[in-house]
Design a protein around this ligand. Sequence first.
Ligand SMILES: [Zn+2]
Ligand SMILES: [Zn+2]
Length: 360
Amino acid sequence: MARRDYYEVLGIERTATVTVVKKAFKRVALDLHPDRNPDDPEAEDKMKEASEAYSVLNDADKRAIYDRHGHDGLSGQGVGGFGDMQDIFSHFQDIFDGVFGGGMGGMGGMGGRRRRTAPSRGADVRASVLLSLREAAFGAKKELEVTHPTPCEPCRGTGAEDAKLQQCGNCGGSGQVAHARGPFVLSTTCGQCGGEGATAEKACEECSGHGEVPSTRAVSLTVPGGVDTGQTLRLTNQGQAGRLGGPPGHLYVTVEVAPDDNFHRDGYDLIHELHLSYPQAALGDEVELPTLDDEPERIKIPAGVQPGDTMVVNNAGVPRLDGRGRGDLIAVIQVDVPKELSPRARELLEELAATFSKEA
Ligand SMILES: [Zn+2]
Ligand SMILES: [Zn+2]
């Protein structure tokens, strides 16, 4: 049988980069995977061909020889010679990591969960913090109580009393149980040990064999000025502790800003509803505008201001996260109509009304 060109096998150009070669091989391997091609000897042959092509094109020296001399140049270079599918997939395990996920059904040890006996990174932990508008604007230090599972101390997270584990008798420690299916040997996760390859001699009493216990921890949080609802702060390495010496996870804290009596927020701008009486609006006035800072701002209201008009105080809004100044404080004029009138006020208003109808 004539041997196909390696580039053709992977469906790539002769100028393809290493990354493209890798991607192409992954794609071909996915198509040929035994889960998608049960009992198909042709798929296995094609997979061998693709693996051979990949092992050459992914190796700069071999690829150079192949480019110059073709298949003949590589005879005696130890190319090919892959066994069955299981052999192939475990040979290229690193490039398939995360590609097949659980769908691999564990090709002889490449699937399955991580052993509890190996170090692993701690899980990320999520928490939230409620801030006042002022805290969100200017930053704050907060103490948080964070509750999350943590590896059980007495059993070192193994779930076994005194961390004493024994090899699983059902799978011989591989975590996988093999089943013959046509030309392929497929394997599934061992039901006895859940794929971990080991079982406890006796379950740890502290954690009932779970390997984890809930723990509550105080965390100091420094909130930068300018944050807003929905934003998330990352505290590196403040998540769940790693297992058996693995690194800790991260802590993600989502910010929520409580509603404020005086302002609502539009990005870095602050909106304040400024209530004026009808005479104030008609005649003009000087009023105090509340601010986020200690001192209120005195502003002049021009005569004849209309409901919905805005008065802007530049640079009195929320400080920007990047430190480049502040947003604006925007007063939106509301003109209040009195619901009740004193006899004197009624008299004056009626006089005013009569004046208006004469002028009209
Ligand atoms: Zn087992
Ligand atoms: Zn325990």
